[in-house]
Write a protein that binds this ligand. Structure first.
Ligand SMILES: *[C@@H]1O[C@H](CO)[C@@H](O)[C@H](O)[C@H]1NC(C)=O
Ligand SMILES: *[C@@H]1O[C@H](CO)[C@@H](O)[C@H](O)[C@H]1NC(C)=O
Length: 212
């Protein structure tokens, strides 16, 4: 291949990596939330429309406690903080009342770093061969590897607070109870596939909004 051809191939290769020309210095791509979300995230907001407010979220306060789990959750993902788009990071805070818990769930696309800020919690994740469980206290940092089914339980006499960071700007959340009891999958199928009895399934369907 002649040198000019080699150069042209390189130019062609690299030009396909140059993102949308509206990106500022190609260093970030603030989400344009008015356009549809794609599997790769949101498209970039035009540079002239980007402001400092795209990089700040001011509501990182305790969420209202849910009745079922006595848990307040405040997620700050790309929809709340458009500047996170494409940066592979986001955050959440969990406020657990007395006896509160974060129910069993997983993030198939994100590793989570949990920082205990207040109170005492039992935190763990479950693998096919082992349970990794810890009584954690303020100052403890726990990493939950991507995809692991995990939970927190407030084991202290007062409220507990944990902050967490995710390795995704828009982590998905799969909550076990909602997958099982928050939809129309029939009690008969659930009973056969989990061996739970029908009465218990019906009770949980009422709690999580499922039918059938
Ligand atoms: C909690 O609920 C109240 C009343 O509905 C609402 O005004 C407030 O914004 C909620 N707090 C949060 C953090 O969502
Ligand atoms: C928390 O749970 C324990 C039993 O596990 C119970 O004795 C206690 O009353 C509960 N506290 C509250 C505030 O619900």
């Amino acid at each position: 291949m002649k040198m000019i051809h080699v150069i042209l191939v390189f130019v062609a290769l690299f030009s396909s990596y140059i993102p949308n020309a509206t990106c500022i210095n190609n260093d970030f791509c603030v989400a344009d939330l008015s356009r549809p979300k794609t599997p790769l995230g949101y498209q970039c907001k035009s540079e002239k429309d980007v402001t400092v407010d795209d990089f700040i979220f001011s509501g990182f306060v305790a969420g209202n406690a849910s009745k079922l789990f006595n848990l307040g959750i405040t997620f700050v993902n790309v929809e709340k903080l458009p500047g996170l788009n494409g940066l592979g990071i986001s955050t959440v805070r969990a406020d657990l009342g007395v006896n509160g818990s974060v129910p069993l769930h997983s993030h198939p696309d994100a590793t989570e770093l949990v920082i205990i800020v207040e109170g005492q919690v039992n935190i763990g994740f479950i693998t096919p061969t082992k349970i990794f469980l810890k009584d954690a206290k303020p100052g403890d940092v726990i990493v939950v590897p991507k995809g692991q089914l995990h939970f927190l339980v407030n084991t202290g006499p007062k409220k507990a607070v944990a902050f967490a960071a995710f390795s995704s700007s828009d982590p998905s959340v799969q909550t076990l109870d909602l997958l099982l009891f928050g939809n129309d999958l029939s009690t008969s199928v659930l009973s056969k596939t989990t061996l739970l009895d029908a009465a218990q399934i019906q009770k949980l369907k009422v709690a999580f909004g499922g039918k059938n």
